[in-house]
Design a protein around this ligand. Structure first.
Ligand code: PLP
Length: 369
């Protein structure tokens, strides 16, 4: 028992909140996928993100974060961590000079998403890792939007996080998260005396770990299909004159960057956005698409069915309206998580009919843009 408490008893399990065989199996599989030494699974994506930031920062410390991140993470950094005197500066992560200028002597963490939620901005992970090393910071990357397509640790990230709730589990029937990193950092998170994961208690349930591990086994096939379908639709929407954002489009400002970072066989991912012009039009279109069984109006992503939502009034509603405008998050933006449809040409035809019906597209004139 003494050795187990000290972490020196291989094969012995201290207590289920600390580790269990099923959680370790899932963690090891995800660590192998991300190319890190090990990993710690958590009860949710937020249950992975929040302990990491609390482990790396103490009162008086500072974080430089991308301003386009998941709304919950944004709210945590903007509203919650200041209670502990941890301050965050939000920056345009695509501008390395702006990122570097925001670093202070108290900065401990550079935080970003490889592909950001919901604007699909792409972080230059190699460039950010050079900055992190130069200023002795930890580069923490949330890779939820681009599993397999991008491997942040191989590009220099110190810690890689996923919400397993999304593509990795892939069936919208669970919540889960993971922190992938060095053995030393994961041991710190799990330390019984001062480990944020151990003490805050966002441990994954073991039965859940075994079910996510089963789903993980098909992730490579699913990601290829998500990417294929999303690329197909993005190209069609753009050709129709819709303002379309997808990292696989040459018009995406970070297309060459994504191309240089990606594992090509998995494509540019399953997420794309279009601008419907206004929130009313966006809602009308989404309701019609749901009615036609093209997908669901839902805030999650990575499901077999296409999911769509207007982030400004849902997943990013934590971000004040003026800041949404500044970062380019318009009212009419629709975020799509493209599903595993077998006949994407047919899906496109029905989507186009919906767009024509609600007036997001017109027969000869494109109404928006
Ligand atoms: N990171 C990203 C990019 C997300 O989109 C989300 C949820 O939407 C999270 C983290 C949080 O994950 P969870 O809902 O599993 O806590």
């Amino acid at each position: 028992m003494f050795d187990t408490f000290e972490g020196n008893a291989d094969g012995c399990y201290l207590y289920s909140r600390h580790s269990t065989p099923s959680n370790l199996y899932l963690g090891e599989a995800l660590a192998a996928m991300e190319g890190t030494e090990t990993a710690n699974v958590a009860a949710s994506g937020m249950g992975a993100i929040t302990p990491v930031l609390f482990q790396l920062c103490e009162a008086g410390d500072h974080i430089v974060s991308s301003r386009t991140i998941y709304g919950g993470t944004y709210a945590f950094l903007k509203n919650f961590t200041p209670r502990f005197n941890i301050q965050t500066t939000f920056v345009d992560i695509t501008k390395l000079d702006v990122v570097e200028a925001a670093i202070t002597e108290n900065t401990k963490v550079l935080y970003c998403e490889s592909v950001s939620n919901p604007l699909l901005e792409v972080a230059d992970i190699k460039g950010l890792s050079v900055l992190a090393k130069k200023h002795n910071l930890k580069l923490v990357v949330d890779n939820t939007f681009s599993p397999l397509s991008v491997s942040p640790a191989k590009l220099g990230a110190d810690i890689v996080i996923h919400s397993l709730t999304k593509f990795i589990n892939g069936s919208s029937d669970t919540v889960g998260g993971v922190v992938c990193g060095t053995q030393e950092f994961i041991d710190q998170l799990r330390n019984v005396n001062d480990g944020a994961s151990m003490l805050l208690g966002s441990t994954m349930d073991s039965l859940r770990a075994s079910s996510i591990l089963k789903n993980l086994r098909t992730l490579h096939i699913r990601m290829k299909q998500h990417s294929y379908n999303a690329a197909f639709l993005a190209n069609k929407f753009e050709a129709d004159g819709l303002k379309t954002v997808y990292p696989g489009l040459e018009s995406h400002p970070s297309h060459p960057l994504f191309k240089s970072m990606m594992n090509p066989e998995y494509g540019y991912g399953g997420m794309l956005t279009i601008d419907a012009g206004s929130l009313e039009k966006a809602n009308e279109l989404m309701e019609l698409m749901q009615h036609k069984n093209l997908g669901y109006l839902a805030v999650s992503l990575g499901f077999y069915k296409t999911l769509f939502s207007a982030p400004g009034s849902s997943t990013s509603s934590e971000i004040p309206e003026d800041e949404q405008l500044e970062m380019g998050l318009s009212d009419g933006l629709i975020r799509f998580s493209i599903g595993l449809d077998n006949n994407i040409e047919r899906t496109y035809q029905v989507m186009k009919e919906c767009m024509l019906e609600v007036g997001v597209l017109s027969d000869d004139v494109v109404l928006i843009n």
